[in-house]
Design a protein around this ligand. Structure first.
Ligand code: MLT
Length: 264
């Protein structure tokens, strides 16, 4: 996979297929491989660009705090370096969705459509901020193993955990592969992210909202409210899926994405 140099770092990037560009932005604390069930299908008709964000997968980490805006700036820079001039469809899951709000806010001219999977527009509660800080400190002290153990019960549906242990193992491996500094920097960055609900009515591009019906972190009702707040927004609730809907129910999610892309 190519590595693309940015101003102060470089990103490991999957770049596959031809056609209008779809940018796939992974969640926390995994990497571009979480889209492995989307890339082959979508790249039949589109150019799929799926980077490892700073500090995840094989992209080097920067220490300190990485804000959601910094990640969005990295992606705008990445598209420039890859000479993608036309507006793109930005598809982000969870933290990838937090980054999507910043991208939509700072680079509206670069957007052709938005796909938001299992995410939210609100800021963290005080308790959530405290947890982020604990996670950041613990991952630097102990490494990511504790997260690989604690996250599956929160991010997969009961159905996926019972029927697809290989998915759980796959996500655990991605978490173990992430750099402690990268996880900590993103954790601090997420704790500082602003409430973006006021942005929603100003989004002018068509937007698809995808959420697992059993998502405990970003609930279907919260995501339906997001879709209703965006003028050209539409929600799809995915059965037998949790917070990792694209990985858990790829056929349903891919159909929803393809229908959406064809409608643009
Ligand atoms: C993610 O999947 O990116 C995380 O659940 C985001 C978060 O911790 O808020």
């Amino acid at each position: 996979m190519p590595r693309i140099s940015l101003e102060d770092t470089e990103l490991n990037v999957l770049d596959q297929g031809h056609g209008p560009t779809v940018l796939l932005v992974h969640g926390f604390p995994v990497d571009h491989r979480m889209w492995r069930k989307q890339t082959a299908t979508l790249s039949q008709t589109h150019r799929v660009i799926a980077p490892d964000l700073r500090g995840f997968g094989e992209s080097p980490a920067t220490t300190g705090v990485i804000s959601m805006t910094q990640f969005a700036d990295d992606l705008a820079d990445l598209l420039e370096q890859m000479e993608v001039a036309e507006p793109i469809v930005f598809c982000g899951l969870s933290m990838g969705g937090y980054i999507a709000w910043q991208f939509a806010h700072h680079y509206p001219e670069k957007l052709r459509g938005l796909i938001l999977c299992d995410t939210k527009a609100t800021a963290d509660s005080e308790a959530a901020v405290a947890t982020r800080h604990d996670v950041a400190e613990k991952v630097i002290a102990d490494g990511p193993e504790f997260l690989s153990k604690s996250m599956p019960s929160k991010i997969f549906s009961n159905h996926s955990r019972a029927e697809h242990p290989e998915l759980v193992e796959f996500v655990q491996q991605m978490i173990r592969d992430a750099s402690p500094n990268g996880i900590a920097a993103a954790s601090w960055g997420m704790s500082l992210r602003p409430d973006m609900t006021e942005l929603l009515p100003t989004i002018s591009v068509a937007t698809l909202v995808v959420v697992g019906e059993d998502d405990e972190l970003t609930s279907p009702s919260e995501m339906q409210t997001i879709a209703e707040s965006i003028p050209n927004g539409k929600a799809v609730v995915v059965p037998q899926a949790g917070h990792m809907a694209p990985l858990e129910q790829p056929a349903i999610v891919n159909d929803a994405i393809i229908n959406f892309l064809q409608s643009l």
